[in-house]
Design a protein around this ligand. Structure first.
Ligand SMILES: NC(=O)c1ccc[n+]([C@@H]2O[C@H](COP(=O)([O-])OP(=O)(O)OC[C@H]3O[C@@H](n4cnc5c(N)ncnc54)[C@H](OP(=O)(O)O)[C@@H]3O)[C@@H](O)[C@H]2O)c1
Length: 140
């Protein structure tokens, strides 16, 4: 997220950080990930090596994606679920999350989609990167 908790501009992530993509890949390898239909449309293919669930009211998606329509049921069914965006899904899922993995990108990227308010709900530990900061926070 950027300085203002922005995560997207004009339907895209407005920065290109290969190190962050690699970090995301390592963290979610082999996992079940849940995205909203908005985020699904930004992907050209399912994320490899992961179970790709898409929260949507639609029934038909491209091969490799699984449509789900009940957020709470999905969260209860997969205790190690990774919520991977976008803004709409983050906002609904946040109250159920035990940990957040946030990459803070320096700067204002004029975003039009934002991560929800989270600071009062979580404690923080940070790892400084060269261009950005990884933050892992938990409820305990
Ligand atoms: N910077 C980052 O880390 C990051 C990460 C991920 C995504 N993004 C960006 O975020 C943007 C997309 O975010 P967004 O907020 O527009 O969309 P989104 O959260 O990805 O998806 C929203 C859609 O999900 C479905 N949905 C949401 N809640 C639902 C529910 N309770 N039950 C059933 N379906 C539900 C709806 O689609 P239906 O109409 O099909 O029901 C809704 O239109 C993209 O630009 C993407 O690039 C950024």
């Amino acid at each position: 997220m950027d300085l203002h908790q922005g995560i997207a501009q004009d339907g895209k992530i407005p920065w290109d950080l290969p190190e962050d993509r690699q970090y995301f890949k390592e963290k979610t390898a082999g996992a079940v990930v849940l995205m909203g239909r908005g985020t699904y449309h930004t992907l050209t293919a399912p994320l490899p090596g992961r179970t790709n669930l898409v929260l949507t009211h639609k029934k038909r998606l491209r091969p490799g994606f699984i449509a789900v329509r009940d957020l709470v049921l999905v969260i209860e069914s997969y205790p190690d679920l990774w919520i991977i965006g976008g803004a709409d899904v983050y906002a609904q899922a946040l109250p159920y999350c035990q940990e957040l993995y946030i990459t803070h990108v320096a700067g204002d990227y004029a975003c039009d989609r934002f991560f929800p308010a989270y600071k009062s709900m979580f404690k923080s530990s940070r790892k400084q990167g060269i261009y950005f900061v990884y933050q892992q926070i938990s409820k305990d």
